[in-house]
Design a protein around this ligand. Structure first.
Ligand code: FEO
Length: 400
């Protein structure tokens, strides 16, 4: 991908990872690929904001060369040290021998641990700024968006917020702005990104958003280090981040299950029928057929989470066990839930599920049946779904 002008003197020079399908090790399914955005500001001091993932150094340097001689870079700002942004840092230290490096205190210690060197380093923090010529860059600490070292950089001259992981989406494309792609697809990816990257840190996200709103920054572009730049929908994505980080929910229920001989699946389908009979939205997820990151995206603002598993050797089935383990990391709260499942002679799965989710949900009575459900038992499942939907609708704790 070539260097692209996003504002007078400001270029996007990062890399597009078209074929990345598993990000963060194996944790995140990226069906649209990933970008590692990096921004070059040509001012009296030539400034690079963030680098890219290791392995994409040549793409970054090649893009910079289309604009300036990389050895002339005066300043490198490290908004975040995770290797998808800092992997090319060692190469950039060699390529830009005169560059001064700026980042937070925790960024410095992290980079030293990763790479053994931070170059000509200056530690910065919120309310500090850097004059690079016509522009003054302001630093804003945003710990845990996404790691303790994270910060945003704001250019009042350009009215651009360089937000690194904040407001990102995993969306590889040759487009650059939000209004150049399908908006619903973009918001789906932004929601999935929030659910799988930032959800556990929602309290901090909410408090940082509130603090930032008090700064009254004039933001015309939000330039994250993943995905599209927000231009047309700046206020909408900020408002949506307030919504996601507030743990607000819709009248929506995710029914997530794993089944052995389809009995638990029959229960799941009847539960969904009962829920939707009351006009409440519900979706059915067989954990063996859906990626957990897509399920998490749906669950992010769902008021109800219902979990089912057949019992095998006295325990819940292994794929849903892995999913529930993954879900504990969300640190969500206040969701309503119940467990269900079919069993033969020992219904261990229900206890397993309840033990796993009791810290993040409020559990109602479980629903368990022996072997294959009878019509009467299927009617019970329908009623359980219907009653759950009525409870969800009446819930005053969450929702809009
Ligand atoms: Fe995109 Fe936390 O790294």
């Amino acid at each position: 991908m070539a260097a692209r002008l996003i504002k007078d003197g400001v270029y996007s020079v990062g890399a597009v990872d078209w074929n990345e399908r598993r990000f963060h090790g194996y944790t995140y399914a990226t069906k649209r690929g990933v970008t590692y955005n990096s921004y070059l500001i040509v001012d009296e001091k030539i400034t690079l904001i963030d680098t890219v993932r290791g392995g994409f150094e040549n793409e970054l340097i090649g893009n910079i060369k289309e604009v300036v001689d990389p050895s002339k870079i005066d300043t490198i700002i490290i908004n975040h040290i995770e290797p998808d942004h800092s992997g090319a840092f060692p190469e950039m230290l060699k390529t830009c021998p005169n560059a001064k490096i700026y980042g937070t205190k925790t960024a410095k210690s992290g980079l030293l641990k990763y790479y053994g060197s931070v170059g000509d380093w200056t530690t910065v923090k919120s309310e500090q700024s850097l004059n690079i010529g016509k522009r003054i860059l302001n630093f804003i600490d945003v710990p845990m968006i996404h790691w303790p070292d994270s910060m945003f950089t704001y250019s009042a001259y350009d009215k651009i917020l360089f937000s690194n992981d904040g407001f990102g989406q995993h969306y590889a494309t040759n487009k650059i702005f939000d209004d150049e792609v399908n908006f619903n697809d973009l918001m789906d990816e932004a929601q999935k990104y929030y659910a799988n990257i930032l959800w556990p840190f929602s309290l901090l996200v909410a408090s940082k958003l509130t603090a930032m709103s008090k700064l009254n920054l004039d933001i015309k572009l939000i330039a994250p280090s993943h995905g599209l730049i927000w231009r047309e929908h700046v206020q909408e994505i900020i408002k949506t981040y307030f919504y996601w980080s507030s743990n607000s929910c819709k009248n929506r229920v995710a029914v997530i299950y794993e089944t052995m001989w389809n009995s638990t699946e029959k229960m799941a389908r009847k539960i969904v029928e009962g829920i939707t009979s009351q006009g409440v939205e519900a979706a059915l997820f067989d954990v063996t057929k859906n990626d957990r990151t897509d399920i998490a995206s749906y669950m992010l603002d769902a008021k109800g989470w219902i979990f089912g598993s057949s019992t095998h050797d006295g325990e819940m089935l292994p794929v849903i066990a892995g999913f529930l383990h993954f879900l504990k990391g969300s640190k969500a709260k206040g969701r309503k839930s119940f467990a269900f499942g079919s069993y033969g002679w020992n219904c261990g799965a229900i206890k397993n599920i309840e033990d796993m989710v009791s810290g993040i949900t409020t559990l109602s009575q479980p629903l368990k049946i022996v072997f294959n459900p009878t019509q009467e038992e299927l009617d019970m499942c329908f009623k359980a779904g219907k009653d759950f939907a009525l409870e969800i609708k009446d819930s005053k704790l969450y929702g809009q």
